[in-house]
Design a protein around this ligand. Sequence first.
Ligand code: FAD
Length: 469
Amino acid sequence: MSDLERLVQDIAGIAIEDNPQIVKQKSRDFFWYSPVLKQQLDHVTGDLVVTPRNEAEVIQVLRACYAHDVPVTARGAGTGNYGQAMPLSGGVVLNLAEMRAVKQIRPGVVVAEAGAILSDIDEKAGAQSGQELRMHPSTYRTATIGGFVAGGSGGIGSINWGGLRDLGNVIRLRVVTMEAEPKVLDLQGEDLQKVLHAYGTNGVITEVEMPLTASYDWVDVIVGFKTFMDSVHFADDLGNRDGLLLKEIAPIAAPLPHDYFLRHQKFLRRETSVVVCMVAPFAMDAFTAFVARNPRAELLYRSDTATDAEKKGLPPAYELTWNHTTLRGLRVDPSITYLQVLYPFPNQVERVRKITELLGDEVPGHLEYVRFDGKVTCFGLPVVRYTNEERLNEIIKLHEDNGCPIFNPHRYTLEEGGMKQTDQVQLDFKRKADPKGLLNPGKMIAWEDPSYDFSSDKLFLFPGLQRGE
Ligand code: FAD
């Protein structure tokens, strides 16, 4: 009997899928955003998809997988875009989608199972108490809260609240370890850093406690500008207005808005750059006054005064922003790809200007205004008109040489996609919580190859990666 057969015996009664086509489909995420990852990971698949209904079943699965040395890769909705949720060495895809209960809503706090969908949480919190999550990714309507804290970083709302890594933006995570007898830990405060944005490499999150804030019927607004830099100056100023409540500020360079936002196209001109905003309804008068002060700004669209006919079929503004900008672009032009850039405070506008001058329409700008370490600055998710990997690497280097760190979305490891250094806290926790290294293998370089030299600029190749045909 094989290890997998023994495993199946041990977890009898828990939902298991072994149809190879379905397993392959559930082994994929949005890795194909990257032409580099598409080539490396296209063949990757798990052996089984296991769908626990509760924490007790998660424990049973992890205990059995530990006993039979079967790798386990947790999966929420599979919307991550660096292959985070892909089981590089096969094994079990642990599908958390059935654990989606919103268990408790009280002033300032929600407790939910890890597989709860973000927009479902907000719908319940809004209806019960006029509250919503502080931030969400643009995959709000599909992504899970567990996947967001394990794989995401921030998004819509980060202009007010910063990112998930900031103390206070996650209250508690309940985590099951991968040991002979799995432990259940409630992590809070500093301990959260052990598993936040660790891609499920050192524990499976079963329950999440998150802070809430007041919810609004946010007004979607698009403001137009003649040049991209005009839109950047406007956004930078807007992000620093203390009295104006917005949830989203995203400058996007022409011709992307017109070419990619097909349903909004009737409001856009090809030569116009835009700032996509979400504004609190009570702040709209102040917001329009702010727009009127700027002779270069033109209000192109606002959802609160648009007619039903005008609004028909339009996606929400947040689905024009963050990685949805890229997704819409890929639908129109599959040859493009993107980067993730930080323009550090206080020279963010100057740095954007420099990069825009250097790269022009080969890398059209897309920025997301956020609070980062308490300062208003911007991330970039610029579109790259992709030619080959060598040129992509040159473009990356050009950003870095100009003081703009890249969080490389063309790598599947935590370190290469992040700060290019070992996260000692996460590594130490993995030693205790996953001593056999069975959780999401291949994603943490520090575990796979402790001698790896991050300064070498060499691509990490996980030896355990399934080989393609
Ligand atoms: P998955 O993709 O299923 O998983 C993500 C990672 O978390 C994987 O490593 C997985 O193994 C691990 N994981 C999942 N569940 C658990 C669990 N219960 N315990 C332990 N580990 C777990 N991200 C942002 O941060 N901001 C954005 O604005 C944003 N916009 C996006 C737009 C598009 C169009 C796309 C394709 C992606 C975007 N992302 C963004 C990335 C991704 O959508 C989010 O991070 C999302 O929250 C991931 O949730 P998920 O349920 O799909 O997680």
